[in-house]
Design a protein around this ligand. Structure first.
Ligand code: HEM
Length: 508
């Protein structure tokens, strides 16, 4: 026994010393001079510090540790970017190095082997489908061509508010999400699928789909726990939903190909042309079409989740919800906006783009809302494709990068009185949200920046102008601004926890 002890003790000490030597003396070169990190737990890393509102908690952590901070989600290194300056380094100066997206396990099956443009790895396929989005589906010209759909849906929306307001306060949250769902559905397929008999089954599938996309699969961050999703039924659910959605999308495409094409071109029409024609040297297969169209279907999910708002992703209705929240909290801003809109529209029946272009305060209100409530506060994560030095810190290939747009747009270095909602700050400022001014990047920036800016802003402007032109608004039961609950949800897109309820009276 003594002999055994005298062998084990030095062996354990030697192994321990070797580990220390390896860890401290033979650190890989790139591992030196890493960004500051808050202390982490074994196995979990910093996951426990995300809490229920990761964008807020990461903002507080960054105030302590700096605008470039290295966290670990399980074993995955995560660079948190929290200043305009640092974001510019990542998205402009080193954009190509950070042009990849993480490969989460569930996305592989649910999004056709990462064929959806937002999750596609950086490379030739992504370049081709992104160009279809930028040049074909979401170009300025195409957004103009969807204006009749937008106007029809907005007129229906105004009518719904008029009807609903006669019997009491209006649930604006629900109305916004129904409105944007219908518009997206029509521009995607030329019809409102939720109204078909298949609609219910499809919406159930989409709810599950969103639930799966929003679930952290622990194996993505702690690989040796990968087996858990096999045992707890997660993998089975992914397979079932992937198959159900694939059957549905096949049905939609088949139906679409059978009907005569005598309508305004919609997204599906355009994508199908790329399948057959290989226009501009780009051709895509059926799986790609299904993966790309899923981006639009994802937006439909808010219809089912307006009460719980678990993982709604409809960014356009989120912006509308926050704009109206802030206008109700700031009656003077609302009055100023109404005066501008009513002065320009007067008693004209149709509101044109030329009218909207003259509405400078409207644009300032929308910018301030995007600053104050960036709908996707942590943007969409990127991944470093190579080792790189950022502001003197080494960042290793494979590091996940999360940019905290909320922290950036509330940074006192970039903004005066950042905690105040003040649209006036934009009246004499050239700062825009298009990805060139890094203090305001709700749509991201660079190669992987959002191609849907014009599409969503056109909708937001038209709806807001109508709401200001046609109605007067106040909080129900004489409630004051300070009474309005401002709690935010957990999720990729951050909504209000409680639906926004307001009283609408005829304004014009
Ligand atoms: C207010 C509305 C919207 C917001 C705030 C928003 C925000 C974002 C953000 C933050 C990203 C990631 C950018 C980056 O990594 O730098 C993104 C990517 C993307 N967005 Fe949007 N988005 C909105 C509306 C839309 C719409 C309406 C569409 C299409 C109909 C769209 C399509 C996309 C696509 C395809 C990508 C992926 C781009 C890529 O990975 O290359 N977005 N969006």
């Amino acid at each position: 026994m003594n002999e055994l002890q005298s062998f084990i003790f030095p062996a354990v000490i030697s192994v321990f010393l070797l580990w220390v030597i390896k860890k401290w003396l033979f650190k890989p070169a790139g591992n030196k001079n890493i960004p500051p990190s808050p202390p982490k737990l074994p196995i979990l890393g910093n996951l426990h510090q995300l809490g229920s509102l990761p964008h807020r908690n990461l903002h507080s952590l960054a105030q302590k540790h700096g605008p470039l901070m290295l966290l670990h989600f399980g074993s995955v290194p995560v660079l948190i970017v929290s200043s305009a300056d640092a974001a510019c380094e990542i998205m402009r100066n080193h954009d190509i190095t950070f042009a990849d997206r993480p490969k989460y396990k569930a996305y592989k099956k649910l999004l056709y082997n990462y064929k959806n443009v937002s999750v596609a790895p950086y490379g030739e396929y992504w370049r081709q489908v992104k160009s279809i989005f930028v040049l074909q589906l979401l170009s300025n010209k195409r957004v103009q061509s969807f204006s009749s759909i937008r106007e029809e849906e907005t007129a229906l929306f105004v009518k719904r508010i008029q009807e609903s307001s006669s019997s009491g306060p209006v649930n604006l949250t629900q109305m916004f999400s129904e409105f944007t769902n219908d518009g997206i559905c029509r521009s995607a397929f030329g019809r409102k699928y939720c109204e078909t008999e298949n609609g219910k089954k499809f919406l159930m599938l989409m709810t599950e789909f969103m639930d799966l996309l929003g679930t952290i699969s622990i194996g993505d961050f702690i690989p040796w726990l990968n087996w858990i999703t096999r045992v707890n039924g997660f993998d089975r659910r992914v397979d079932k939903v992937a198959k159900g959605l694939d059957d549905f999308l096949e049905g939609v495409i088949q139906q679409h190909m059978e009907i005569p094409k005598n309508h305004e071109e919609n997204f599906l029409d355009i994508l199908l042309q790329f399948q057959t024609e290989s226009t501009c040297g780009v051709s895509i297969d059926r799986d790609s079409i299904k993966a790309l169209i899923l981006l639009h279907l994802i937006k439909l999910i808010t219809k089912l989740t307006t009460d719980v708002f678990a993982a709604g992703t409809d960014t356009t209705s989120t912006v509308l919800e926050w704009v109206m929240t802030e206008l109700l909290r700031h009656p003077k801003v609302m009055e100023k906006l109404q005066n501008e809109v009513r002065e320009i529209v007067k008693d004209k029946h149709d509101i044109t783009n030329v009218d909207i272009e003259k509405m400078h305060y409207l644009k300032a209100v929308i910018k301030e809302t995007l600053r104050y409530h960036p709908p996707i506060p942590l943007l969409v994560p990127r991944v470093a494709r190579a080792d790189v030095n950022i502001k003197g810190y080494n960042v290793l290939a494979g590091t996940l990068v999360m940019t905290n747009a909320l922290a950036i747009s509330r940074d006192p270095i970039s903004w005066e009185e950042p905690e105040k909602f003040l649209p006036e700050r934009f009246l004499n400022s050239s700062i825009d949200y298009k990805g060139l001014d890094f203090e305001l990047i709700p749509f991201g920036s660079g190669r992987r920046g959002c191609p849907g800016i014009t599409f969503s802003i056109a909708t937001i402007e038209l709806v807001l102008v109508n709401l200001m032109h046609k109605f007067n608004w106040e909080l129900p039961d004489g409630a004051q601004a300070k009474d309005l609950d401002m709690s935010e949800t957990l999720g990729v897109t951050v909504h209000r926890v409680l639906p926004l309820i307001a009283v609408a009276t005829q304004g014009n």
